[in-house]
Design a protein around this ligand. Structure first.
Ligand SMILES: [Cu+2]
Length: 175
C-alpha cells in the first residue's frame, strides 16, 4: 500500500536559500567594486596635454576616492554633479580648506529663502574651488603641487557632517 509522504516538499526553502545566496553575492560584488584598486596612471599630465580626470559629486561623497594625483602634473578635471544637491569641489591644503569652510559658512543665509552672497576667499589662498549645481558639470585645469597634504572637501553647510570628504593619494606614473 502506498503511503503518501508525510514530509512536505522542501522546494520552497531551497528557492528562498538560493535567493539569499544570490543577494549576498550581489552585495559582495558591489562592495568589491567600491574598494577596487585605483587604475594605473599611464602618464602624468602636462600643461600642453593635461591628463583628463573625471570626478563625480554625489549626495554626499566624491567618486572616485581615493583620487590619485601625480606631483606637479597638470590635470583637466571634469566635475559632474550627479546628486540632487549643489556640491562643491575644494581641492587644496588645510589652509585652503579652512578658508572655504569659513567663506561658505559666512555666505549661508541666516534665514530661509534669503539669497546668499557668493562665497569668496582672499585671492592668495590658492587651491581649487568649483561649485556645481545638480545635474551640471564643470571643466577646469589644475596644476598639482609638488608635495603637501592635499584634501578634497565639500564645505556646503552640513555636507562634511554627512561624509563629503574625498581622499587624495599621491601616485607615480605606472602605478
Ligand atoms: Cu556637497
Amino acid at each position: 500500500m502506498d503511503r503518501p509522504s508525510a514530509r512536505p516538499s522542501r522546494a520552497p526553502v531551497y528557492v528562498i536559500l538560493f535567493g539569499f545566496a544570490v543577494a549576498i553575492t550581489l552585495v559582495l560584488v558591489a562592495l568589491r567594486g567600491f574598494s577596487a584598486p585605483a587604475p594605473t596612471i599611464e602618464r602624468a599630465g602636462t600643461p600642453d596635454a593635461p591628463r583628463d580626470v573625471t570626478v563625480i559629486l554625489r549626495d554626499y561623497l566624491f567618486q572616485p576616492t581615493p583620487l590619485g594625483l601625480v606631483p606637479t602634473e597638470t590635470v583637466r578635471f571634469t566635475i559632474l554633479n550627479g546628486g540632487l544637491e549643489p556640491h562643491e569641489f575644494v581641492l587644496g591644503d588645510e589652509a585652503v580648506q579652512r578658508a572655504w569652510a569659513q567663506a561658505d559658512a559666512a555666505a549661508t543665509p541666516p534665514i530661509p529663502f534669503a539669497t546668499a552672497p557668493p562665497a569668496s576667499v582672499a585671492p592668495d589662498v590658492g587651491g581649487l574651488r568649483v561649485l556645481v549645481r545638480s545635474g551640471e558639470q564643470a571643466t577646469v585645469e589644475y596644476r598639482v603641487p609638488s608635495a603637501g597634504e592635499l584634501q578634497l572637501v565639500c564645505h556646503l553647510p552640513g555636507h562634511v557632517e554627512q561624509g563629503m570628504i574625498g581622499r587624495i593619494e599621491w601616485r607615480r606614473v605606472g602605478e
